[in-house]
Write a protein that binds this ligand. Structure first.
Ligand code: SF4
Ligand code: SF4
Length: 483
């Protein structure tokens, strides 16, 4: 079976799905094992048994012949004998996906709060339209109901419950509600001898007087910073239109002074892509952050009320700059991440699958996706699966919607079946894929597919090099929303 690569890509300003024949990179007769051209030779990748290797033309041809069960020449047989001896063709173990319906299994021990629609910024591309909605805060009774629920589940499952803040606005902009949720959660953890875990994704624009509380209580902190000053200030603006770069840097320094580590998450625009290496050098020289997460900007105009379309960076150019930035990052001991190219084996991209994510919005809506937060979102029917009932003081769940979310996995994505990134990308962000057709499974290849596949190959090569040097380079753990 010949290896088919993506056709040359169009360079369009606004992303459009790329429809063509499905990619087929699996080796004929070898199940879920892939072989693709790479550098001067080939990359062999068996994700289910976590084996990868670089082959030359002779090696690639021989391996193909071996799996097609053709008669081998003596030198070919001796290569295969050697690879068999090294356990390269071992049969993968691994767990099968649960056959129990997601609605039967649903028992979250982690809650994400979109606790407010208020925001201290007006980012031009914001998928949540922060600060441009109704400025609602989550009723504290709803948040407490969610905490009671995860604590009960955590008791049964004998694990620590956790909470996160992320969503329609800036969590700290509703300071009183934010603190009340944290204090109630900590109280419940104390009463049940649980270790608290509180993650905050923040734009970093809040009063310096709040730094002590945040540093003391938040176990994980992620700041949104899009690039060097001009790049960041082009889109992440204050309500008066001014840039927010200096405010965020001051917040990060305040956090550093309190001895707290944090990550940076960057939305990469066209200008950001061109200056990625410069940005990494800035972080390396001026901040203590050692983990930078880059995702190309996504145009959310067809799922929000935002009017101005935003140009996304060209895939090839993004990859070129990511590679350049990676070289700079290595000099500072900084790790760069892009969500879909993680080396971690996965069959679902994120916690939207199976309704694993339990995100409660300021309106008391329960959604599995961190970006599908409003009832008016055309994707609400797919991702939103419950609502708080104030009268009964409990969440009412839509079991059919939960079971539909079980379809969000790589095995139900036709385009992904023969793709080398299948078990790393797992179909990519379902909400973004669903934004064009409403159904993530019917979407064609996107610009992100190109980026994912290139960066995955890089990551596999780097892992091979680290392995030779005796360093563990396995991917980071799966996040509820890797975006
Ligand atoms: S990765 Fe995409 S689908 Fe999954 S939770 Fe995040 S935004 Fe939603
Ligand atoms: S979404 Fe991911 S797994 Fe699917 S084709 Fe694209 S890169 Fe491959």
């Amino acid at each position: 079976m010949p290896t088919t690569l993506l056709m040359p890509r169009k360079r369009s300003k606004i992303p459009s799905p790329i429809f063509e024949n499905f990619i087929e990179e699996r080796i004929e007769g070898a199940g879920e094992t892939f072989l693709v051209s790479f550098l001067d030779g080939y990359l062999y990748y068996a994700p289910l048994s976590n084996i990868s290797m670089i082959l030359d033309e002779f090696g690639a041809t021989t391996v193909r012949k071996y799996f097609r069960q053709e008669t081998l020449l003596p030198n070919e047989q001796s290569l295969i004998d050697d690879l068999v001896k090294r356990n390269v063709f071992k049969i993968p173990g691994g767990q099968l996906r649960s056959s129990v319906k997601p609605s039967t299994r649903w028992a979250p021990t982690s809650a994400t709060f979109s606790n407010t629609q208020k925001c201290t910024l007006r980012c031009t591309y914001c998928y949540a339209e922060g600060g441009r909605l109704d400025d609602l805060d989550i009723p504290v009774s709803v948040a407490k109901g969610a905490i009671d629920l995860i604590v009960q589940n955590a008791q049964v499952q004998n694990v620590d419950p956790s909470i996160r803040f992320l969503g329609e606005g800036e969590a700290t902009a509703s300071w009183g509600v934010f603190r009340e949720i944290i204090e109630y959660y900590k109280e419940q953890c104390r009463a049940n001898h649980f270790m608290p875990s509180i993650s905050l994704s923040t734009n970093g624009v809040f009063s310096q007087s709040r730094l002590d509380y945040i540093a003391e209580n938040c176990t994980h902190l992620t700041f949104s910073l899009d690039g060097v000053r001009e790049v960041h200030d082009e889109h992440r603006v204050l309500p008066n239109g001014g840039g927010s770069f200096d405010r965020i840097i001051a917040t990060m320094r305040g956090i550093e002074m309190r001895g707290k580590a944090y990550d940076i998450r960057s939305t990469v625009t066209v200008a950001g892509s061109a200056t990625l290496a410069e940005f990494v050098a800035f972080v390396g020289e001026n901040l203590q952050c050692k983990s930078l997460h880059f995702e190309p900007v996504f145009d959310a105009t067809n799922v929000t009320n935002l009017k101005d379309q935003i140009e996304h960076p060209d895939g090839q150019i993004f990859v070129d700059h990511f590679r350049e930035a990676r070289r700079v990052a290595a000099g500072f001991g900084i790790q760069l991440h892009y969500s879909a190219a993680s080396l971690k084996h996965r069959e679902t991209f994120c916690g939207a699958s199976d309704a694993s994510n339990f995100l409660v919005t300021s309106r008391g809506i329960v959604t599995s996706c961190n970006e599908v937060l409003q009832p008016s979102d055309p994707r609400a029917k797919l991702f939103q699966y419950g609502v708080w009932n104030q009268e009964d003081g409990e969440f009412v769940l839509d079991h059919e919607a939960i079971d539909r979310l079980g379809k969000l996995n790589v095995h139900d994505m036709p385009k992904c079946q023969g793709c080398i990134a299948k078990y790393n990308c797992a179909g990519d962000c379902y909400a973004k894929s669903a934004s064009s057709t409403g159904d993530p499974a019917s979407t064609g290849y996107t610009e992100r597919c190109y980026i994912t596949r290139e960066l995955l190959k890089d990551n596999l090569l780097l892992a091979l090099m680290f392995k030779m040097a005796g360093v563990d380079a396995s991917g980071s753990a799966q996040h509820a929303c890797p975006m």
